[in-house]
Design a protein around this ligand. Structure first.
Ligand SMILES: Cc1cc2nc3c(=O)[nH]c(=O)nc-3n(C[C@H](O)[C@H](O)[C@H](O)COP(=O)(O)OP(=O)(O)OC[C@H]3O[C@@H](n4cnc5c(N)ncnc54)[C@H](O)[C@@H]3O)c2cc1C
Length: 474
């Protein structure tokens, strides 16, 4: 019987698994099916490509199809896996209207996630975009570039259908855009649209943007967006996008605004349909449940990346935080496991960083008190503002840190940071502490580096820990 590792999805998790398995077990047949043209691409760079900061779409591709094949992996692009039969250990693959069966020894579901637009009416109008695919990034860049200025080389990575984009090349760029959703995609895209000079309206249903980054960061993001000239519609639900064929206006609780295009970034959903109806189970988030080795409850079926849950390092419970590093890491671990050397996929802390124009934001762990209580903690938080460097040293910038801990044990649960001077990378100190189960008292005593150009004597993280420790003592 054929024993290949079959991987569904040719990006971060899927190709990490395929490459690792092939390296560990060179004689094993490894087959990757990817439903689109694109493989090994950087979603994360798309806002900066649309902005024009990343020059060519090809710069965001990591491995080419030939490089993947040089690794001994059998790669099939434009092949969609449409069903899984765990009893016969086969998948059905569709290509060009035809289907065939593919047996597997091990199967990895690495199908990622997709943009979610369902609650908003009118997302099918022309010039309404999401940003979850390289095609959308190419289309947006083409739309924003004035006629005659589009150098086709910035679109052509061998994958982009230039004929499909040709309509955009000839049109005058839009002047007004609505961004629906103030999550990280919306904020990063606000920067891109402002760079092209568009009047930019950003709608966010809650009072503050980027809710996973908490109130204090949200406050600083609001200030930054306003300074950058973004029209903020906070606490404002969008009712619908309206127009004849193309979008003409956005209708929201605070009235209607005429716009030429819209970007919808209200969240994503895991791509799990493929294993619905099989014994594979799903967590509360809707993503696939796995054990510490990425194995689902179905024999020889694994899941990794944005389509799967993982154990949260603070709560010890399954959680869904779809991000790049953890997708790559889980894929790599599964590649090693199926090659015969079991490797846990690792835990997640929900560590994320975001650039909002010049403001750097970071978050990690559990910062929402309700979520902390649900996980059995008694949370307390403190927010401080401190300098990023010695006060007398040029470049010192106000840095806002919030730390959250459990009252009873003193254990750190999470935190956030915002500031314009290398604030984002400082979150990694806290993420490390969370993985170690560090208390606030222990964190306060860390020997962090000090020199005037880099940090004040008391790093902002240490200042926050000192204040939070004081609250715990009271
Ligand atoms: C705009 C944007 C910005 C981001 N920025 C960051 C960031 O700054 N930092 C960060 O950590 N993360 C970021 N992310 C998230 C990060 O890109 C994802 O976490 C990561 O790509 C997940 O990798 P994956 O392999 O699980 O899924 P994906 O990268 O989505 O790959 C899944 C692949 O599976 C294919 N597929 C799906 N179904 C099938 C099927 N049935 N048959 C065959 N193929 C199939 C898809 O076509 C896709 O190519 C960003 C995402 C977006 C959209």
């Amino acid at each position: 019987m054929s024993d290949p590792l079959v991987v569904v999805g040719g990006d971060a998790a899927g190709l990490s698994a395929a490459s690792k398995c092939k390296r560990e077990e060179p004689d094993r047949e490894v087959i990757v099916y990817e439903k689109s043209e694109w493989i090994s691409y950087a979603h994360c760079g798309m806002p900066y490509y649309v902005k024009g900061e990343v020059d060519s779409i090809g710069d965001m591709l990591s491995l080419s199809p030939s490089e993947v094949r040089e690794r001994g992996i059998t790669l099939h692009r434009n092949h969609e896996v449409v069903s899984v039969d765990p009893d016969s250990q086969t998948v059905t693959v569709a290509r060009d209207g035809e289907q065939f069966e593919q047996p597997y020894g091990d199967l990895l579901i690495a199908t990622g996630a997709r943009a979610f637009t369902a609650p908003i009416e009118g997302t099918d109008l022309d010039d309404v975009f999401t940003l979850h695919h390289m095609h959308s990034a190419a289309a947006l860049r083409a739309l924003l570039t004035p006629p005659g200025e589009a150098d086709e080389s910035i679109f052509d990575a061998g994958y982009v259908d230039l004929d499909e984009l040709s309509g955009y090349f000839e049109r005058e760029p839009p002047e007004t855009v609505a961004i629906v959703g103030g999550g990280y995609v919306g904020i990063e895209m606000a920067e891109a649209f402002r760079e092209w000079g568009l009047e930019t309206h950003l709608y966010q249903r809650s009072e503050k943007p980027v809710p996973p980054f908490g109130e204090a960061v949200g406050e600083r993001v609001i200030e930054t967006l306003r300074e950058a000239g973004v029209d903020l519609h906070l606490n404002t639900a969008v009712e619908r996008l309206a127009g004849e064929d193309s979008i003409e206006r956005v209708v929201a609780a605070d009235g209607a605004v005429e716009v030429d295009c819209a970007l919808v970034g209200i969240g994503i959903r895991p791509n799990t349909e493929l294993v619905e109806g099989t014994p594979v189970t799903f967590g509360e988030s809707g993503a696939i449940s796995i054990d510490e080795y990425g194995h689902t409850v179905a024999e020889n079926i694994y899941a990794a990346g944005d389509c799967a849950e993982k154990e949260h390092t603070v709560t010890g419970k399954p959680d869904w935080v779809p991000l790049g590093l953890t997708a790559n890491r889980a894929g790599r671990a599964i590649g090693q496991t199926v090659a015969g050397d079991p490797e846990p996929v690792g835990e997640i802390a929900g560590t994320a960083v975001l650039k909002a124009f010049d403001l750097e934001c970071g978050r990690t762990g559990i910062i929402d008190h309700e979520r902390a209580r649900e996980a059995g903690f008694d949370p307390v938080s403190e927010t401080i503002t401190a300098g990023s460097r010695s006060g007398y040293y040029p470049g010192n910038a106000e840095t806002t840190v919030t730390l959250t801990a459990d009252c009873e044990s003193g254990r750190l649960l999470g935190g956030t940071i915002a500031g314009e001077d290398r604030a984002a990378v400082r979150i990694n100190t806290l993420a490390t502490a969370l993985h170690e189960g560090t208390t606030v008292g222990e964190f306060e005593k860390l020997d962090l580096a000090y020199a005037p150009p880099f940090s004040p004597v008391w790093d902002p993280m240490l200042v926050a820990a000192k204040v939070l420790n004081g609250s715990l003592d009271n």
